[in-house]
Design a protein around this ligand. Structure first.
Ligand code: PXL
Length: 280
Protein backbone atom coordinates (compact mmCIF):
# COMPACT_ATOMS: atom_id res chain seq x y z
CA UNK A 1 0.00 0.00 0.00
CA UNK A 2 1.25 3.46 -0.87
CA UNK A 3 1.92 5.90 1.99
CA UNK A 4 1.55 9.65 1.72
CA UNK A 5 2.03 12.47 4.17
CA UNK A 6 -0.28 15.44 4.11
CA UNK A 7 0.75 18.76 5.63
CA UNK A 8 -2.15 21.10 6.39
CA UNK A 9 -4.21 22.35 9.30
CA UNK A 10 -6.73 20.58 11.47
CA UNK A 11 -9.90 22.67 11.42
CA UNK A 12 -11.81 20.85 14.13
CA UNK A 13 -15.22 21.62 12.58
CA UNK A 14 -16.12 22.52 9.01
CA UNK A 15 -15.00 19.65 6.76
CA UNK A 16 -11.78 20.89 5.22
CA UNK A 17 -8.05 20.16 5.24
CA UNK A 18 -7.08 17.10 7.30
CA UNK A 19 -10.63 16.18 8.34
CA UNK A 20 -11.35 15.67 4.63
CA UNK A 21 -7.96 14.39 3.41
CA UNK A 22 -7.63 11.63 6.02
CA UNK A 23 -10.99 9.88 5.49
CA UNK A 24 -10.99 10.35 1.71
CA UNK A 25 -7.42 9.20 1.04
CA UNK A 26 -7.75 6.29 3.49
CA UNK A 27 -10.99 5.16 1.84
CA UNK A 28 -9.16 5.21 -1.49
CA UNK A 29 -6.77 2.55 -0.21
CA UNK A 30 -3.78 4.76 0.52
CA UNK A 31 -2.12 5.16 3.92
CA UNK A 32 -2.43 8.81 4.92
CA UNK A 33 0.02 10.18 7.49
CA UNK A 34 -0.58 13.69 8.75
CA UNK A 35 1.57 16.58 9.86
CA UNK A 36 -0.84 19.16 11.31
CA UNK A 37 0.48 22.65 10.69
CA UNK A 38 -2.07 24.40 12.94
CA UNK A 39 -5.16 23.57 14.98
CA UNK A 40 -8.18 25.82 14.46
CA UNK A 41 -11.53 25.68 16.23
CA UNK A 42 -13.08 25.71 12.73
CA UNK A 43 -12.01 27.08 9.35
CA UNK A 44 -11.74 30.80 8.79
CA UNK A 45 -14.96 31.24 6.80
CA UNK A 46 -16.89 31.14 10.08
CA UNK A 47 -17.20 34.53 11.78
CA UNK A 48 -14.99 33.50 14.73
CA UNK A 49 -12.07 31.12 14.96
CA UNK A 50 -9.06 30.25 17.12
CA UNK A 51 -5.75 29.21 15.56
CA UNK A 52 -2.78 27.59 17.29
CA UNK A 53 0.19 27.59 14.95
CA UNK A 54 2.17 24.33 15.19
CA UNK A 55 5.22 25.51 13.23
CA UNK A 56 7.52 24.64 16.11
CA UNK A 57 6.54 20.96 15.77
CA UNK A 58 7.42 20.54 12.10
CA UNK A 59 11.19 20.28 12.42
CA UNK A 60 11.32 17.97 15.47
CA UNK A 61 8.75 15.65 13.89
CA UNK A 62 10.70 15.63 10.60
CA UNK A 63 13.93 14.90 12.52
CA UNK A 64 12.38 11.80 14.10
CA UNK A 65 11.00 10.57 10.78
CA UNK A 66 14.44 10.90 9.25
CA UNK A 67 16.01 9.00 12.15
CA UNK A 68 13.37 6.28 11.82
CA UNK A 69 13.97 6.22 8.05
CA UNK A 70 10.28 6.80 7.39
CA UNK A 71 9.61 7.52 3.72
CA UNK A 72 6.60 8.64 1.70
CA UNK A 73 5.35 7.83 -1.80
CA UNK A 74 3.69 11.22 -1.92
CA UNK A 75 3.66 14.57 -0.17
CA UNK A 76 0.48 16.61 -0.36
CA UNK A 77 0.19 20.09 1.11
CA UNK A 78 -2.87 22.30 1.60
CA UNK A 79 -3.68 25.30 3.80
CA UNK A 80 -0.55 26.60 5.55
CA UNK A 81 -0.61 28.97 8.50
CA UNK A 82 2.01 31.63 7.72
CA UNK A 83 4.78 32.80 5.39
CA UNK A 84 7.39 31.33 7.72
CA UNK A 85 5.57 28.02 7.63
CA UNK A 86 5.72 28.03 3.81
CA UNK A 87 9.50 28.28 4.15
CA UNK A 88 9.51 25.31 6.55
CA UNK A 89 7.39 23.28 4.14
CA UNK A 90 9.92 23.98 1.37
CA UNK A 91 12.60 22.52 3.64
CA UNK A 92 10.36 19.51 4.33
CA UNK A 93 10.14 18.90 0.57
CA UNK A 94 13.94 19.09 0.32
CA UNK A 95 14.27 16.44 3.03
CA UNK A 96 11.48 14.02 2.08
CA UNK A 97 10.70 14.20 -1.62
CA UNK A 98 12.18 11.42 -3.75
CA UNK A 99 12.62 10.87 -7.48
CA UNK A 100 9.91 8.19 -7.55
CA UNK A 101 7.52 9.99 -5.18
CA UNK A 102 4.92 12.61 -6.14
CA UNK A 103 4.58 16.07 -4.62
CA UNK A 104 1.19 17.74 -4.82
CA UNK A 105 0.57 21.33 -3.69
CA UNK A 106 -2.87 22.83 -3.30
CA UNK A 107 -2.08 26.51 -2.63
CA UNK A 108 -5.26 26.82 -0.53
CA UNK A 109 -5.21 30.54 0.25
CA UNK A 110 -7.95 32.35 -1.69
CA UNK A 111 -11.23 32.13 -3.59
CA UNK A 112 -13.69 34.36 -5.42
CA UNK A 113 -11.02 37.01 -6.06
CA UNK A 114 -9.96 37.33 -2.41
CA UNK A 115 -7.28 36.01 -0.04
CA UNK A 116 -8.62 34.09 2.98
CA UNK A 117 -8.96 36.32 6.08
CA UNK A 118 -5.92 34.98 7.96
CA UNK A 119 -3.41 35.97 5.23
CA UNK A 120 -1.56 39.18 4.45
CA UNK A 121 -0.46 40.43 1.06
CA UNK A 122 2.97 38.77 1.24
CA UNK A 123 1.54 35.28 1.62
CA UNK A 124 1.13 34.44 -2.10
CA UNK A 125 4.86 35.02 -2.77
CA UNK A 126 5.72 32.58 0.04
CA UNK A 127 3.23 30.03 -1.34
CA UNK A 128 4.75 30.47 -4.83
CA UNK A 129 8.01 29.05 -3.43
CA UNK A 130 6.14 25.96 -2.17
CA UNK A 131 4.55 25.57 -5.63
CA UNK A 132 8.04 25.61 -7.17
CA UNK A 133 8.78 22.31 -5.35
CA UNK A 134 5.70 20.50 -6.65
CA UNK A 135 5.18 17.95 -9.39
CA UNK A 136 1.53 19.04 -9.55
CA UNK A 137 -0.13 22.22 -8.31
CA UNK A 138 -3.91 22.62 -8.01
CA UNK A 139 -4.80 26.31 -7.72
CA UNK A 140 -8.20 27.83 -8.44
CA UNK A 141 -8.26 30.91 -10.70
CA UNK A 142 -8.02 33.38 -7.78
CA UNK A 143 -4.98 31.57 -6.39
CA UNK A 144 -3.40 31.33 -9.83
CA UNK A 145 -3.74 35.11 -10.27
CA UNK A 146 -2.23 35.83 -6.85
CA UNK A 147 0.66 33.44 -7.58
CA UNK A 148 1.44 34.88 -11.01
CA UNK A 149 0.37 38.53 -10.78
CA UNK A 150 -2.16 38.06 -13.60
CA UNK A 151 -5.41 40.07 -13.32
CA UNK A 152 -8.36 38.19 -11.82
CA UNK A 153 -11.27 37.82 -14.24
CA UNK A 154 -14.68 36.21 -13.90
CA UNK A 155 -15.23 36.31 -17.64
CA UNK A 156 -12.46 34.96 -19.81
CA UNK A 157 -11.61 32.74 -22.75
CA UNK A 158 -9.19 29.90 -23.47
CA UNK A 159 -6.33 32.34 -24.21
CA UNK A 160 -6.54 33.74 -20.67
CA UNK A 161 -6.53 30.24 -19.12
CA UNK A 162 -3.58 29.17 -21.32
CA UNK A 163 -1.62 32.27 -20.26
CA UNK A 164 -2.38 31.58 -16.59
CA UNK A 165 -1.17 27.98 -17.00
CA UNK A 166 2.03 29.09 -18.73
CA UNK A 167 2.74 31.64 -15.98
CA UNK A 168 2.07 28.99 -13.30
CA UNK A 169 4.64 26.69 -14.93
CA UNK A 170 7.16 29.53 -14.71
CA UNK A 171 6.94 29.15 -10.91
CA UNK A 172 8.88 25.89 -11.42
CA UNK A 173 6.25 23.17 -10.88
CA UNK A 174 6.02 20.14 -13.18
CA UNK A 175 2.33 20.46 -14.06
CA UNK A 176 -0.15 23.25 -13.37
CA UNK A 177 -3.79 22.15 -13.07
CA UNK A 178 -6.26 24.99 -12.80
CA UNK A 179 -9.60 24.30 -11.10
CA UNK A 180 -12.91 26.11 -11.40
CA UNK A 181 -12.52 26.78 -15.13
CA UNK A 182 -15.76 27.55 -16.97
CA UNK A 183 -16.30 28.56 -20.60
CA UNK A 184 -20.03 27.77 -20.68
CA UNK A 185 -22.65 28.72 -18.06
CA UNK A 186 -23.57 25.13 -17.17
CA UNK A 187 -20.09 23.56 -17.27
CA UNK A 188 -17.25 23.69 -14.76
CA UNK A 189 -13.94 21.89 -14.84
CA UNK A 190 -10.19 21.70 -14.75
CA UNK A 191 -7.43 22.41 -17.27
CA UNK A 192 -3.80 21.37 -17.05
CA UNK A 193 -0.56 22.11 -18.85
CA UNK A 194 2.72 20.29 -18.21
CA UNK A 195 6.34 21.14 -18.97
CA UNK A 196 6.27 19.07 -22.17
CA UNK A 197 3.40 21.18 -23.49
CA UNK A 198 0.79 18.48 -22.85
CA UNK A 199 -2.66 20.01 -22.39
CA UNK A 200 -5.79 18.46 -20.93
CA UNK A 201 -9.18 19.64 -19.76
CA UNK A 202 -12.25 18.00 -18.26
CA UNK A 203 -15.67 19.48 -17.55
CA UNK A 204 -18.69 18.37 -15.52
CA UNK A 205 -22.10 19.93 -15.16
CA UNK A 206 -21.95 23.07 -13.03
CA UNK A 207 -23.86 22.79 -9.74
CA UNK A 208 -26.13 25.67 -8.78
CA UNK A 209 -24.80 25.90 -5.23
CA UNK A 210 -21.22 26.24 -4.02
CA UNK A 211 -19.97 24.99 -0.66
CA UNK A 212 -16.92 25.59 1.41
CA UNK A 213 -14.15 22.96 1.33
CA UNK A 214 -14.71 21.62 -2.17
CA UNK A 215 -11.14 22.59 -3.15
CA UNK A 216 -9.77 20.45 -0.32
CA UNK A 217 -12.05 17.56 -1.25
CA UNK A 218 -10.89 17.91 -4.86
CA UNK A 219 -7.17 17.92 -4.01
CA UNK A 220 -7.48 14.96 -1.60
CA UNK A 221 -9.29 12.90 -4.25
CA UNK A 222 -6.70 13.77 -6.91
CA UNK A 223 -3.95 12.70 -4.50
CA UNK A 224 -5.68 9.39 -3.74
CA UNK A 225 -6.26 8.72 -7.44
CA UNK A 226 -2.65 9.42 -8.39
CA UNK A 227 -1.39 7.20 -5.59
CA UNK A 228 -3.64 4.39 -6.85
CA UNK A 229 -1.93 4.66 -10.23
CA UNK A 230 -4.38 6.76 -12.24
CA UNK A 231 -2.92 9.09 -14.86
CA UNK A 232 -3.15 12.75 -13.92
CA UNK A 233 -6.05 13.42 -16.31
CA UNK A 234 -7.96 10.42 -14.92
CA UNK A 235 -7.36 11.52 -11.32
CA UNK A 236 -8.49 15.08 -12.10
CA UNK A 237 -11.64 13.76 -13.80
CA UNK A 238 -12.43 11.34 -10.96
CA UNK A 239 -12.08 14.16 -8.41
CA UNK A 240 -14.32 16.47 -10.47
CA UNK A 241 -17.00 13.78 -10.75
CA UNK A 242 -16.78 12.99 -7.02
CA UNK A 243 -17.10 16.65 -5.98
CA UNK A 244 -20.27 16.92 -8.11
CA UNK A 245 -21.69 13.79 -6.44
CA UNK A 246 -20.95 15.29 -2.99
CA UNK A 247 -22.41 18.71 -3.85
CA UNK A 248 -25.57 17.05 -5.11
CA UNK A 249 -25.80 15.01 -1.90
CA UNK A 250 -25.43 18.23 0.12
CA UNK A 251 -27.81 20.41 -1.89
CA UNK A 252 -30.90 19.47 0.12
CA UNK A 253 -29.15 20.06 3.46
CA UNK A 254 -30.30 23.06 5.46
CA UNK A 255 -26.91 23.56 7.15
CA UNK A 256 -25.04 26.76 6.23
CA UNK A 257 -22.60 26.15 3.37
CA UNK A 258 -19.49 26.77 5.47
CA UNK A 259 -20.10 23.38 7.14
CA UNK A 260 -18.73 21.95 3.88
CA UNK A 261 -19.96 19.22 1.59
CA UNK A 262 -21.45 15.95 2.74
CA UNK A 263 -18.78 13.61 1.45
CA UNK A 264 -19.25 10.98 4.16
CA UNK A 265 -22.39 9.45 2.69
CA UNK A 266 -20.68 9.31 -0.73
CA UNK A 267 -17.52 7.40 0.27
CA UNK A 268 -18.94 4.07 -0.99
CA UNK A 269 -19.62 5.77 -4.33
CA UNK A 270 -16.05 7.12 -4.42
CA UNK A 271 -14.68 3.60 -3.82
CA UNK A 272 -16.87 2.26 -6.61
CA UNK A 273 -15.84 5.02 -9.05
CA UNK A 274 -12.16 4.53 -8.18
CA UNK A 275 -12.09 0.74 -8.51
CA UNK A 276 -13.87 0.95 -11.86
CA UNK A 277 -11.20 3.35 -13.17
CA UNK A 278 -8.21 1.61 -11.58
CA UNK A 279 -9.16 -1.66 -13.35
CA UNK A 280 -9.26 -0.13 -16.84
O1 PXL B 1 -10.65 24.97 2.61
C1 PXL B 1 -9.48 25.68 2.73
C2 PXL B 1 -9.19 26.05 4.17
C3 PXL B 1 -8.45 25.18 4.93
N1 PXL B 1 -8.14 25.46 6.21
C4 PXL B 1 -8.56 26.59 6.78
C5 PXL B 1 -9.32 27.51 6.06
C6 PXL B 1 -9.63 27.23 4.72
C7 PXL B 1 -10.41 28.19 3.95
O2 PXL B 1 -10.91 29.15 4.40
O3 PXL B 1 -9.74 28.62 6.65
C8 PXL B 1 -8.19 26.89 8.20
Amino acid sequence: MKRIITLQDISCVGRCSITVALPVISAMGVECGILPTAVLSNHTMFKHFTCKDLSDQIEPIADVWEKEEITFDGIYTGYLASEEQCEQICQFFDRFSTKEGLTIVDPAMADNGKLYPAFGEKFPAAMAKVCAKADVILPNITEACLLTGMPYKTEYDETYIRELLEKLLELGCGTAALTGVSYEPDKLGVAYLDRNGKEFSYFTRKCAQSFHGTGDLYAATVTGGLMRGLELGEALALAADFVVVCIEATASSTEPRWYGVEFESQIPELCRMLEERVKK
